[in-house]
Design a protein around this ligand. Structure first.
Ligand code: GTP
Length: 209
């Protein structure tokens, strides 16, 4: 008797299972009339040919309205090759840049935009849902040029600094007049308010630049 055995690598089997879950999941959620269905692939590097092929097949089977290339702001210039590899496999139509709350300025986003010919639509500024922001060109470019996020800072000033103190504070800052007293007063304001981290970050960015 001849016994025929077929061997599959675990990776290949796993990829088929993931493909099935994605395709059947989308079909089911469509039937349930969900407003938004997100298929989130695992992270992949441009050299992982099989994973890119899997992503292409999922896109072909699910026909997404929008394919988003999500990149970490610290990836730097490697973003171009990575984004281009994505674009060659699937029809990338938008970019999201995460971890903008870290030290990286997100310059790689420019490369990703050039490689995919798609706009940045959102940025991630923290680990929670409410730290996902609509992309705004001005503060992004300002930060890239090392000038701090003036418009974000102004928003935070309106939120955190009492109305009657705002003109004086802005006047002093615009004159480059940052004293220990101002710092003390701002610490007092910070302690009274909630979104301490973000405000503090904007404040330091502006004062130190
Ligand atoms: N500080 C900060 N952390 C973030 C941000 N975005 C994601 N993270 C954190 O980074 C970690 C990885 O995030 P994931 O969303 O799992 O990253 P991913 O690229 O989808 O990971 P895989 O698909 O599993 O490769 C998690 O701890 C997130 O909370 C961000 O904008 N800022």
């Amino acid at each position: 008797m001849l016994l025929k055995l077929r061997f599959h690598s675990m990776e290949a089997i796993w990829n088929r299972i993931l493909f099935k879950i994605a395709v059947e999941g989308v079909e089911r959620f469509k039937k349930e009339n969900c407003d938004l269905i997100i298929v989130d692939t695992s992270g992949r590097h441009k050299q992982e040919v099989a994973l890119f092929e899997e992503m292409r097949q999922v896109a072909e089977a699910t026909k997404p309205d929008l394919v988003i290339f999500v990149m970490d702001s610290s990836i730097g210039q490697a973003a171009f090759d990575q984004a281009q590899a994505f674009k060659q496999s699937v029809a990338v139509g938008a970019v999201i840049v995460t971890k903008m709350d870290g030290h990286a300025k997100g310059g790689g986003a420019l490369s990703a935009v050039a490689a995919t010919k798609s706009p940045v639509i959102f940025i991630g500024t923290g680990e929670h849902m409410d730290e996902f922001e609509v992309f705004d060109v001005k503060p992004f470019v300002s930060r890239l040029l090392g000038m701090g996020d003036w418009s974000g800072f102004m928003d935070k000033i309106h939120e955190v600094v009492p109305m009657d103190q705002q003109p004086e504070l802005l006047q002093k800052l615009s004159e480059g007049n940052f004293t220990l007293r101002i710092m003390y007063e701002q610490f007092q304001n910070l302690l009274k308010m909630g979104p301490i981290g973000r405000y503090f970050q904007c404040f330091l960015d502006l004062v130190l630049n």
